[in-house]
Design a protein around this ligand. Structure first.
Ligand code: G1P
Length: 904
């Protein structure tokens, strides 16, 4: 039995939650405190790589580590009992004693976590609620409520015990002991403060101002009676955190406020006065866990949060805030569970914006922040949820583009903050240049802001040049991270120019089969060992799609804004070969020469001169390139097996060998190779049909939630990348990898293969719902393991793509250069009993509730748009399958607009 939703607000319950491993839940706020919490209150609390209040945990620590949030009751006549289940006795009873004596259920919502632990013999119920207040503070709050559920009076001594790690994650295995010598520990009226004198981390030894605090108070307003802030005193000689002698034997003095200790591992061990609870009575304890980078005034947190009233008020604020965040985009279908599940998916891009790809237990790599491609793809979803800040965000992101078309790889915390490579990562991911256009194009269609393309933005500059093949030794950090002209002026080019450079440079960067070189990897980070001869046919198709899209955008600029010519940097001329010196696109060497010429012209700086180019000429050049790519792919990369299946080859390996097709030992196929050819119309309709049947035959596996990323490449000689060192069926080697699967669904919907697209995401959803197999909380995981477990919960780009697919394809809310175009692709099972399906979405600054009414419950193939109403007004311009409502018609109305589209 798995979790169940309790209402239509996404709140869910999981009975016996502590009978599952690897489960964790995020608690966070926009100020960047990031916690993870498990059913036994394990997990950690931090604000960045160098500031962990609790010891950093990876997934395996979730069951092994004893440094979790704990709260002890020393019960008269029984002894120590942990409200979080973390006592040696409770843990052993779980396996040897009567299992039913104690149960732990989890209830959770946006974004709070409650554990309800009941002990049948002791007649005690403990409810522990944790959350992070939604304000500027970096604080996690916890309330422990003890209820006497029996007839007899119970008596106990309560003690909170939160181990304070208080330093950088680096110190877990790098000077763990030495860094404890930096600890300066004090007690005040309500708890323990740890302020290390220095911080030892990658930046070297820095003076430290950050303080870590754990404070507490009882709901009867009484303050704690003592503290035991030194960890070795708390556990006692030979003791452990799950059987601490200070609790078990009670033979350690708990000190008063105003004590100081220097140089020890620390714990927020806070003892409260003895308590008696009569039958039915309850009492609560509020615990405040703080990270403060200024560290001077820690008392303010006690004043602000240390009472039940404060706790309840902040919890209410928290619920309101997150509820309103996810209500920016809502779905109502015939499946209430699905609608609730999508709420968790809606939260995921927000979580990734805050946590990056580093700070949850599976994500135990990196040092915070996200990669370039994630930045752009997460914007897809954020764009659908918040149309106010997106322009600013996108505009600033373009400042990360280098003049060679590549981009900064270290992304700062603020929009537009990119940091020069400090780790000597001279790598090039060939997919990076492809994503910004997709996001920009969605933005332009949703907003109509085509003039965005003409905005001026700077370029990123560091020592990495010419697609990371060369180093600019003249550049040093003091010169700043903006590209300058020969005269030393910061150069600004249009957003269009940035996009053109990203897409034109790769066009000439081809390998021996005339596809785009794979370089150091593409979307699949694991394809990192084919930089010499590898080619990514998959991304060749993506870039071809982009070139077609650039043509569309340029035509719109011309037709809507009467733009007849554009100004571009002079150096770009060589890449617009058709206009100046046409190159034979079948000639790989000639193409590479063009690229080298361009790289040579902008290695150190650029002239700063601009040329004026007629828009029609530009369109002509780009069309020629796009058409050539399309033909090339259709003719050369459409392959098959010996059974009549046909699909697109996605890669060449480092020996220059074609990766996919029928080989001596096995047939090899990738999903990636199919997704972009399908998505961008490179594959013909007939070819898409064949792709679907080949993917069903070779990649679909019901046991793992759908389409695998690839078949098992048994031939170990294949040279592509590290992921083929992973066991087959895991992560980037053949798992059902949600990100690519959802993009496959998106591609199928775009090509009007609606039933087939439905099958892709629906099988993932079904798998996630099957808790016995997936064992994850609601939401889409990064991938499904070979055994069916959902992996790397919460922080995955697949959530953005699922939202995008639902909003723009399934519910068909497409912008069309600022107008609202509706083109639903709902199947009959997605309507409720009355034939209704609704999406709530922001558009043109208004909150739209768009309801499709399908009274006869017809299927996608059979329905047509029959009637369209905006509020109560009938709109009479529509085609069979889509309707376009002018932006003005929306803008002139009130804040909240109801649109009803009848299908018949
Ligand atoms: C992760 C990375 C993403 C990468 C993918 C495949 O996917 O975040 O950048 O493209 O692995 O290697 P995600 O976590 O978004 O599902």
């Amino acid at each position: 039995m798995g979790w169940e939703f309790n209402n239509n607000k996404g709140t869910f319950s999981l009975k016996g939650a502590d009978d599952n491993s690897y489960l964790y839940f995020p608690l966070t706020n926009e100020s960047g405190i990031m916690s993870s919490i498990t059913p036994t209150l394990n997990g950690d609390i931090k604000t960045d790589q160098n500031s962990f209040l609790m010891q950093p945990v990876s997934v395996e620590d979730l069951h092994n580590n004893r440094s979790n949030r704990n709260f002890w009751l020393k019960i008269d006549g029984y002894g120590p009992w942990s409200v979080t289940g973390n006592s040696a006795r409770q843990i052993s009873m779980k396996y040897t004693g009567d299992k039913k004596i104690e149960t732990a259920d989890v209830e959770a919502g946006f974004l709070w976590h409650k554990v309800i632990r009941k002990n049948r013999k002791l007649n005690i119920k403990a409810e522990i609620t944790n959350f992070v207040p939604v304000n500027e503070d970096q604080v996690e709050l916890m309330k422990v409520t003890i209820v006497n559920t029996g007839q007899e009076t119970i008596k106990f001594t309560p003690t909170a015990a939160i181990p304070v790690y208080g330093r950088s994650a680096d110190n877990l295995r790098d000077h763990r002991h030495v860094t404890s010598l930096l600890h300066r520990i004090t007690t005040n009226s309500n708890g323990v403060i740890v302020t290390p004198t220095l911080s030892f981390d990658e930046r070297g030894h820095q003076p430290n101002n950050t303080s870590y605090g754990v404070f507490g108070r009882c709901s009867d307003s009484s303050d704690p009676v003592g503290f035991c802030p030194v960890l070795e005193d708390f556990i006692g000689e030979g003791g452990t955190l799950d059987w601490p002698r200070s609790i078990v034997e009670g033979n350690v003095d708990f000190v008063k406020p105003g004590f100081k200790y220097e140089g020890y591992e620390s714990i927020g061990a806070i003892k409260f006065g003895d308590k008696e609870l009569k039958a039915g009575e309850s009492i609560s304890y509020i615990i405040v866990m703080v990270i403060d980078h200024n560290g001077k005034d820690m008392k303010k947190y006690i004043d602000k949060y240390c009472s039940e009233k404060d706790f309840d008020r902040e919890l209410n604020e928290n619920k309101k805030y997150w509820q309103s965040t996810i209500e920016q985009l809502t779905f109502y279908t015939g499946d209430e569970t699905f609608d609730n599940w999508m709420k968790w998916v809606t939260l995921q891009p927000v979580l990734r914006r805050i946590y990056g790809c580093s700070f949850l237990p599976y994500h135990d790599y990196g040092r915070g922040g996200r990669g370039w491609r994630d930045l752009w793809q997460d914007c897809l979803a954020l764009l659908l949820m918040d149309d106010k800040n997106v322009r600013y965000l996108l505009y600033n992101n373009f400042a990360g583009v280098r003049i060679d078309g590549s981009n900064a790889t270290i992304i700062g915390n603020k929009p537009g903050e990119f940091i020069a490579d400090r780790n000597n990562i001279t790598r090039l991911w060939i997919d990076h240049g492809a994503w910004p256009l997709q996001t920009t194009s969605l933005y332009i269609n949703m907003s109509g802001d085509i003039k965005f393309l003409m905005e001026k933005q700077s370029y990123f500059k560091d020592r990495i040049v010419s697609f990371a093949r060369e180093i600019d030794n003249r550049w040093h950090q003091g010169m700043g991270n903006k590209l300058k002209t020969e005269e030393g002026q910061v150069y600004h080019g249009s957003i269009l120019e940035h996009i053109l450079l990203q897409n034109l440079t790769v066009f000439f960067n081809v390998g021996e089969h005339n596809n785009i070189r794979l370089e150091d990897a593409d979307w699949n980070d694991g394809l990192d060992m084919a930089s010499e001869k590898g080619e990514s046919v998959a991304f060749t198709a993506f870039y071809a799609g982009n070139l077609f899209e650039i043509v569309n955008l340029l035509e719109t600029l011309r037709d809507k804004e009467n733009v007849t010519e554009v100004k571009l940097l002079e150096e770009i001329k060589v890449l617009l070969d058709t206009l100046y010196n046409p190159v034979d696109y079948n000639d790989v060497t000639a193409k590479n020469e063009v690229l080298n010429k361009y790289f040579a012209s902008c290695k150190y700086n650029i002239s700063g001169n601009q040329v004026t180019i007629k828009i029609d000429q530009l369109i002509k050049d780009i069309k020629r390139k796009a058409n050539w790519l399309q033909e090339h792919l259709r003719e050369n990369e459409y392959i098959g097996d010996n059974k009549g299946h046909k699909w697109f080859n996605g890669y060449y390996d480092n020996k220059g060998q074609r990766v996919e097709g029928r080989f001596e030992k096995e047939t090899r196929m990738t999903l990636t190779g199919q997704v972009f050819t399908t998505m961008f119309g490179i594959a013909t309709g007939e070819q898409v049909k064949n792709i679907i049947s080949a993917a069903d035959y070779y990649l679909y596996d019901d046991g793992v939630g759908g389409y695998r990323l690839n078949t098992d490449f048994k031939d170990k000689d294949i040279q592509l990348g590290r992921c083929f060192g992973f066991a087959y069926g895991h992560k980037e080697n053949g798992a059902m990898f949600s990100h690519m699967s959802v993009m496959y669904a998106n591609a199928l919907y775009r090509r009007n293969f609606v039933k087939e697209g439905f099958k892709v995401w629906h099988s993932i959803y079904n798998h996630c719902l099957d808790f016995d197999r997936s064992r994850i909380y609601p939401g889409i995981p990064e991938y499904i393991s070979q055994r069916g477990r959902g992996m790397y919960s919460y922080l995955t780009g697949s959530a953005s793509w699922l939202l995008l697919t639902f909003a723009t394809e399934v519910f068909g809310v497409k912008g069309y250069y600022g107008d609202l175009r509706l083109e639903p692709k709902l199947l009959k099972e997605q309507f409720d009993e009355e034939g209704k399906a609704t999406i709530g979405i922001k558009f043109a600054g208004k909150r739209l509730t768009i309801t499709y009414v399908n009274p006869q419950l017809l299927d996608y193939d059979s329905y047509k748009i029959d009637k369209v109403m905006v509020n109560d007004e009938i709109i009479d311009y529509y085609e069979d399958k889509q309707v376009t409502i002018k932006r003005e018609d929306i803008e002139e109305r009130d804040e909240v607009i109801d649109i009803t589209v009848r299908l018949a």
